[in-house]
Design a protein around this ligand. Structure first.
Ligand code: FMN
Length: 192
């Protein structure tokens, strides 16, 4: 079972990226967790460039999502919304809409902020955008508030409640991905 982690922050010491690293650590043995690190290389969306031969960074992102059973997004909140670089990447992935790799893919959204709200508006917007791509968006939400207090100096999540909820969310993703795989397996098709 492969879960791809996508952080909306480009910053080296990003709390959101650290949240994904913690998700990888808390995930069960059955989960292969890959942290995608190509966001900065994705060019601004231009429909003229969205041809059969997509820009290399876009092709890599599309392939990474297509190859994952589920995707976990961690997003900061920039001015009450999704960081532009993350929205831009999803715009690329969403085309063509009917066959985009997020379609029916189980996805979940978490978020961290330095303030008291934990990027909840951004998370809600990201869920809306992912829903528009056709992704299967899990309802579970995880708001990491006052992020600097929740991680140690090495960027490890030290808040046990958040660790537990993060593990639960990853488990929900795994279950959703397993159900999807079962629904499209040849055995399931024969049984139907
Ligand atoms: C351009 C910008 C806009 C921001 N806007 C918000 C905001 O609307 N709400 C909020 O809670 N935090 C806001 N913040 C603070 C972020 O929550 C904080 O920088 C957080 O650490 C970013 O996530 P990261 O650690 O993963 O990079 C903003 C930060 C930046 C750089």
């Amino acid at each position: 079972m492969k879960v791809l982690g996508i952080s909306g922050s480009l910053r080296r010491d990003s709390h959101n990226t650290n949240l994904l690293r913690s998700a990888a650590e808390t995930a069960g043995d059955e989960v292969e967790f890959e942290l995608w690190d190509g966001l900065k290389a994705v060019p601004p969306y231009d429909e003229d460039d969205d041809t059969d031969e997509a820009p290399a960074a876009v092709a890599r992102l599309r392939a990474a999502i297509a190859g994952a059973d589920a995707v976990l997004f961690a997003t900061p909140e920039y001015n009450s919304s999704i960081p532009g670089q993350l929205k831009n990447a999803i715009d690329w992935v969403s085309r063509p809409l009917a066959t985009n790799p997020l379609r029916n893919k189980p996805v979940a959204v978490v978020g961290a902020s330095t303030g008291m709200f934990g990027a909840v508006w951004s998370q809600a917007e990201l869920r809306k955008v992912l829903g528009a791509t056709g992704a299967r968006v899990l309802e579970g939400e995880l708001a990491c508030t006052h992020a600097p207090a929740r991680f140690d100096d090495d960027g490890r999540l030290i808040d046990e409640e958040l660790q537990g909820r993060l593990a639960e969310l990853v488990e929900e993703l795994v279950v959703a991905a397993g159900e999807r795989a079962g629904a499209v397996s040849p055995a399931a098709t024969r049984a139907a």
